[in-house]
Write a new protein. Structure first.
Length: 174
C-alpha cells in the first residue's frame, strides 16, 4: 500500500511541476510571476505570456522569474508630460454701454486641449485715459473659441465711457 501511495504522490508532484513550468495555473495562487516558457497552456487574464526576460533565481528546485513591477505611464494629457499652453487671442466684439453694461469678447484657443484664459478689458474716456479695467476668465475648447460677456467695472463709468480696449493676448492659465 505504501508503494501505491508514494507512486500517486510522486505522480501528483510531477504533474504539478509540469503544469507550473508550462504556464498552467491551478487557480489557487494569485502570484504575479513570469514563467520560463512563453505561450502554450491555458490563457488567463492574470497570466503574462510576454517573452521578455527578467532577472530571477531558483527557488525550491523549480525555475521562477519574478516579474518587474510595471506602473502606468503618464498620458499625453497628464500634467507631467503636457506641453505648456500657448496664450490665446482676444477680440472685442462689443463695448459696454448705458443700455447694456457688458462688453463682449471672443477668445480663441490655439492649443490642442481645453484651456482656461484670462481676459482684460480697459474702459477709456474720450481722452484715452483709463476709467477702469476688468479681468475675467473663460474656458475655451481645444482649437476652439468662446464668447465672454464681461460686466463693466462699475456702472458709474458708463456715462463717461467713450470706448473699450481688450488686451489682444488672452493669458493661458498654466
Amino acid at each position: 500500500m505504501h508503494t501505491r501511495g508514494r507512486r500517486l504522490r510522486f505522480t501528483a508532484v510531477l504533474a504539478l511541476t509540469v503544469l507550473t513550468l508550462t504556464g498552467f495555473s491551478t487557480g489557487r495562487h494569485h502570484s504575479h510571476s513570469r514563467h520560463g516558457s512563453s505561450g502554450g497552456g491555458c490563457s488567463s487574464s492574470s497570466q503574462d505570456h510576454d517573452t521578455s526576460t527578467s532577472s530571477g533565481g531558483t527557488t525550491g528546485g523549480s525555475t521562477h522569474r519574478s516579474r518587474p513591477t510595471y506602473r502606468s505611464t503618464p498620458t499625453a494629457t497628464s500634467s507631467a508630460t503636457a506641453r505648456p499652453l500657448k496664450d490665446g487671442t482676444a477680440v472685442l466684439k462689443r463695448c459696454a454701454s448705458l443700455d447694456d453694461p457688458y462688453s463682449t469678447v471672443e477668445v480663441r484657443n490655439p492649443n490642442g486641449r481645453e484651456a482656461l484664459f484670462t481676459v482684460k478689458v480697459a474702459y477709456k474716456n474720450s481722452n484715452g485715459s483709463t476709467l477702469a479695467d476688468t479681468t475675467s476668465q473663460v474656458s475655451v475648447p481645444a482649437n476652439g473659441r468662446s464668447t465672454l460677456r464681461m460686466a463693466a467695472a462699475s456702472t458709474g463709468i458708463l456715462d463717461r465711457l467713450d470706448h473699450c480696449e481688450v488686451d489682444p493676448r488672452a493669458t493661458a492659465d498654466r
